[in-house]
Design a protein around this ligand. Structure first.
Ligand SMILES: [Zn+2]
Length: 120
């Protein structure tokens, strides 16, 4: 499926949540991080409202409050908009990739949680 088709599919399926997710993707707030030493992949999505990064693992987990409340506790949905944004970014190829090793991973995590560095 081409990019336009993917976007249309998401729009139909997720409505308002699609708009939030797509905005995050368009504004380059979604980043794929590859930790080379362990061959692990995780994604981060920057949330400008809370000025915070969220860690997203596949379609399964996000560190945001919405995921905890509405997915884990209330079981209202099986995703938050960060998970949608990650999925959309991956399917459309609209993301940047950052490669880290043991040394740079530590610094990267410190930047994320202490300095709240914005991805630009
Ligand atoms: Zn989330």
């Amino acid at each position: 499926m081409n990019k336009k088709g993917i976007l249309e599919d998401f729009r139909k399926k997720y409505g308002k949540d699609f708009v939030k997710a797509y905005t995050a993707v368009k504004r380059k707030r979604v980043m794929k991080v590859i930790y080379k030493d362990a061959q692990q992949v995780f994604w981060i999505v920057y949330s400008p409202y809370r000025r915070r990064f969220h860690l997203v693992v596949s379609d399964l987990f996000c560190t945001c409050r919405d995921f905890y409340l509405n997915v884990v506790l209330r079981k209202k949905r099986d995703y938050c908009y960060h998970i949608l944004a990650r999925k959309l970014a991956e399917m459309t190829g609209m993301y940047e990739t950052r490669y880290l090793d043991e040394k740079t991973l530590q610094r990267f995590i410190i930047e994320l949680y202490i300095n709240l560095k914005y991805i630009d």
